[in-house]
Write a protein that binds this ligand. Structure first.
Ligand SMILES: Nc1ncnc2c1ncn2[C@@H]1O[C@H](COP(=O)(O)OP(=O)(O)OP(=O)(O)O)[C@@H](O)[C@H]1O
Ligand SMILES: [Mg+2]
Length: 429
C-alpha cells in the first residue's frame, strides 16, 4: 500500500538541489558577463552615439556558438535603454530575429513589420517583396521615433539560403535614406568567421567595417561563468566542488561553448534530483554528458538527408547480420543498392558519392571510419557505427519510409546468396 504519510514526510525532508533552476537556462541574461569586457566595451562605444541622436555604424559580431554574442547584445541593449530612461530620451527599439527561423528575405521584412506593428500582421507569403518593403518604411515612419536596432542573428543562414535575400539585406542597409525621423541600425551576428567572403560586394560596401570577434572560452573562463550562475542556481552545499571544474573542462575541450557548459551543469543537477541524491557529484556530470551526446546524435540524425539515413540503415543491417564483424565501404554500398530499391522515387547514388556521404558521417561523429593496412591487398577503410545499435534502430524508425524496411534482411546478407560484380547470385553450396 502506498504510504502517503511517509511519502509527504520524506518529501519535506528531501534536500533540494536547485534554488533557481532558470538561472541556468540559455535565455537568462546575468547581471554581468565575465570575460566579455572587451566586446561589451566595443559594442557600447559604437551604440553610445544614439544617446546623442547620431547614427552608429552597422556592426558585425563573429564567434563560435556559445561564446556570448547574443548575451552581449542583450546586455548592452538593456543598459542602453536604461540610460535612455534615466536621461528622458526615447528608448531605442530593439528587434531580434534569428535567421535560422526567419530564413528568407520576405520573412525577415515581414517579421520586422510585425514586431513594429503586431496588430496588422503582414501575410506569411504572397505580397511582392517591394510591397512588404514599402509597408515596412511606412510602419517605421508612422510608429517609431529615434533609433531602431535590427539584430540579425545567424545572418549567414539567410545569405547562404538564397541570393535574393542579399538584395533584401542591401535594401535594408540603405533604408535610412527613405526614413523621416527614425534611424535603423543593423547588427549582424554569425558563427561563420569567413561569412563576409560569401557576400555580394554591394552588400559588403554598405556594411559598416566594425567587426567584433568573440573568441572561444577556455576552461578557466567557463569555470568563472559557471561559478557566477551556480551561486544563484543551486542551494549551498548542493554541489560537490569537483562538479564545476569538470563541466568547464568538458565544455572547453569541445570548443569553449558556455551554453554547453551551462546545459551540462543543469542536466547534472537534474540527474542528481532524479536519483534523489543530496549533492551533485561527478557521476551525475558524466551521466548528463552521455545523455547530451545521445540527444545531439538524434538531432543530427533527424536533420540528415534521406540518402545519408539509407547509408546508416545499410550499416545497421551489416552490423546486425554480418558475421565477419568488420564492415568496408563496398559492403555498405552493396547493401545500400539493395535497400534503395525499396524506396520509390529515391535515386541510386554512385559508389563514389556514397563514400563521400560516409566521410561526412565520419566527420559528424556518427560513424567511425579507419583506414587499416591489409597486407598485400593495400589499405582498406573499415567503418563502424558510433551509435549504440538499439539507439540507431530507434533513430531509423523515426523516418517513416525507413521504419517500414528496417526489419527486412537484405538478400545479400542472407547466407544463401552472394554479390558478384554488382549482381546477386544464389550460392551453389
Ligand atoms: N561571458 C559570459 N558570462 C555569463 N554567461 C555567458 C557568457 N557568455 C555566454 N554566456 C551564457 O552562455 C549561453 C550562450 O551564450 P550566447 O547565447 O550569448 O551564445 P552565442 O555566441 O550567441 O551562441 P550562438 O552562436 O549559438 O547563438 C547563454 O546562456 C549565455 O547567457
Ligand atoms: Mg546567439
Amino acid at each position: 500500500m502506498f504510504d502517503i504519510d511517509s511519502y509527504f514526510k520524506d518529501f519535506m525532508e528531501k534536500e533540494e538541489i536547485f534554488h533557481e533552476r532558470n538561472v541556468l537556462r540559455p535565455e537568462f541574461v546575468p547581471s554581468f558577463l565575465p570575460h566579455r569586457d572587451h566586446q561589451i566595451q566595443k559594442v557600447a562605444e559604437i551604440v553610445a552615439c544614439t544617446l546623442k541622436n547620431s547614427m552608429p555604424s552597422n556592426l558585425f559580431l563573429f564567434g563560435k556558438t556559445g561564446t556570448g554574442k547574443t548575451a552581449v547584445i542583450k546586455y548592452v541593449s538593456e543598459h542602453l535603454n536604461q540610460q535612455c530612461r534615466e536621461s528622458g530620451i526615447p528608448e531605442s527599439k530593439w528587434i531580434f530575429l534569428n535567421c535560422q527561423e526567419v530564413n528568407t528575405g520576405y520573412r525577415v521584412l515581414a517579421k520586422i513589420c510585425d514586431e513594429i506593428d503586431p496588430k496588422h500582421p503582414v501575410p506569411i507569403a504572397g505580397w511582392p517583396i517591394d510591397v512588404v518593403f514599402d509597408a515596412l518604411i511606412e510602419k517605421i515612419n508612422t510608429l517609431l521615433r529615434g533609433n531602431c536596432f535590427i539584430v540579425l542573428d545567424e545572418i549567414d543562414v539567410l545569405v547562404k539560403k538564397a541570393r535574393k535575400s542579399q538584395d533584401v539585406l542591401y535594401n535594408l542597409f540603405r533604408i535610412n535614406s527613405r526614413l523621416q525621423s527614425t534611424k535603423v541600425n543593423i547588427i549582424g551576428i554569425s558563427n561563420v568567421l569567413n561569412f563576409k567572403n560569401e557576400l555580394d560586394p554591394r552588400v559588403i560596401s554598405s556594411l559598416g567595417d566594425e567587426d567584433i570577434v568573440f573568441p572561444a572560452y577556455n576552461a578557466l573562463e567557463i569555470k568563472d561563468i559557471l561559478d557566477q550562475r551556480a551561486v544563484r542556481a543551486f542551494f549551498p552545499h548542493a554541489l560537490d566542488q569537483s562538479v564545476i571544474p569538470l563541466c568547464a573542462a568538458l565544455a572547453a575541450k569541445e570548443h569553449g561553448d558556455a551554453r554547453k557548459a551551462l546545459d551540462l551543469l543543469r542536466k547534472a543537477g537534474e540527474c542528481a534530483e532524479r536519483r534523489n541524491a543530496k549533492k551533485v557529484v561527478i557521476d551525475h556530470v558524466y551521466a548528463a554528458q552521455e545523455n547530451m551526446e545521445k540527444d545531439k546524435m538524434k538531432e543530427y540524425f533527424e536533420a540528415l538527408p534521406l540518402q545519408s539515413k539509407m547509408i546508416l540503415l545499410s550499416l545497421f543491417q551489416l552490423e546486425k547480420h554480418s558475421k565477419q564483424g568488420a564492415v568496408i565501404t563496398g559492403d555498405i554500398y552493396n547493401t545500400y543498392v539493395e535497400l534503395v530499391k525499396f524506396i520509390p522515387g529515391l535515386n541510386k547514388l554512385t559508389q563514389r558519392r556514397v563514400s563521400e556521404l560516409i566521410r561526412e558521417l565520419d566527420l559528424a561523429g556518427m560513424v567511425n571510419a579507419r583506414v587499416k593496412s591489409t597486407g598485400r591487398y593495400g589499405r582498406t577503410k573499415f567503418i563502424k557505427s558510433n551509435i549504440d545499435i538499439k539507439d540507431l534502430k530507434n533513430y531509423l524508425c523515426t523516418e517513416p519510409r525507413l521504419a517500414e524496411i528496417v526489419e527486412i534482411k537484405p538478400a545479400s546478407l542472407q547466407n544463401k546468396t552472394t554479390i558478384y560484380a554488382g549482381k546477386q547470385f544464389r550460392k551453389l553450396m
